[in-house]
Design a protein around this ligand. Structure first.
Ligand SMILES: [Zn+2]
Length: 306
């Protein structure tokens, strides 16, 4: 049985937007009939936990809408519903990590974390729920070391910056689109970031296929296992999908299933509890985005036996 954290309040009213925020509900709908998956509602993250990572000025801006530029730095239109929604999405990530520590594996139907920095948001990411989760677990004595495996299409710049000052975190980003200062670079041969001791990245070149993806994972994942994390947070992005407007990669649904299966087999073989989140996905036919995310659940079932 898998517990997956979902809340209808995850979706803020952002209007017509390239980010299909209704996907959270669509993925939940796709799971409701699964006898081996239980949908649970998370509690919102506490202000104290946000304060472990984000500045009081930035938290207040998202809460009140002022200053407006800062409140909308993630590129969502501000509304009074925005703050409660992002408290729930970070709460979902934290709840899934806690559940994974108990059950070995869990999921949260949330996204929008890895570009968020301490004092502002970027790239549809308001707060960095991954780092908030890691810090909250460590502060509560529930974990000593937390790993983050970021397989969203985009480089996880906010996660890397925040990890740099946190020796209890190890972050790996496998990306096909670089991302820096609220701008994405489709050509990964232009380097725009610097790796550090506990935040490493592997670029996926344009045209990257399944063979090349799995070969890169084979090089990257042992680095993560060597850190012996207490829990692994996995960003199972849908935007590497070849029809995604941001993606230069050649990965279809079966290839992304193979990616997820490889991650779960790795976590299981190394005895690392794993919690995953949906991360990005912008293909105009939202059913194709949802299919990537539902296939992650299929990969979980095939590896963990439901
Ligand atoms: Zn992305």
């Amino acid at each position: 049985m898998l517990t997956a954290f979902f809340h209808p309040g995850y979706a803020a009213p952002i209007g017509q937007h390239i980010m299909p925020i209704r996907k959270f509900g669509l993925v939940a709908d796709g799971l409701r009939d699964a006898a081996d998956i239980k949908l649970a509602r998370p509690a919102p993250v506490s202000m104290e936990d946000f304060g472990l990572v984000h500045t009081p000025e930035y938290i207040a801006a998202v809460q009140t809408g002022e200053p407006r530029d800062l409140a909308q730095s993630q590129k969502f239109p501000w509304s009074p519903e925005l703050f409660p929604s992002v408290c729930l999405t970070s709460g979902g990530c934290l709840a899934a990590a806690r559940q994974a520590l108990k059950d070995g594996v869990s999921a949260a139907l949330v996204s929008g974390f890895h570009h968020a920095c301490a004092d502002h948001g970027e790239g549809f990411c308001t707060f960095n729920g991954l780092i908030v989760t890691a810090d909250a677990l460590v502060a509560a004595g529930e974990a000593r070391k937390v790993a983050i495996l970021d397989m969203d299409l985009h480089y996880g710049n906010g996660t890397a910056q925040l990890a740099a000052a946190r020796p209890h975190i190890f972050a790996l980003s496998l990306y096909g689109n670089d991302f820096w200062d609220n701008f994405c670079y489709r050509d990964v041969s232009e380097r725009h970031h610097v790796d550090g001791g506990n935040h490493l990245s592997f670029e996926l070149p344009a045209g990257c296929n399944r063979e090349s993806l799995l070969e890169t994972m084979e090089r990257a994942l042992p680095l993560l296992a060597a850190r012996k994390p207490d829990v692994l947070l996995y960003q199972a992005g849908a935007d590497p999908y070849f029809e995604d407007p941001y993606s230069p990669l050649a990965l279809d649904h079966d290839d992304l299933y193979a990616r997820d299966r490889c991650v779960f087999e790795f976590a299981k073989a190394n005895g690392i509890p794993i919690a995953w989140v949906l991360a990005g996905g912008y293909t105009s036919d939202v059913s194709k985005v949802v299919r990537v995310h539902l296939n992650t659940f299929a990969a979980w079932r095939d590896v963990y036996g439901g």
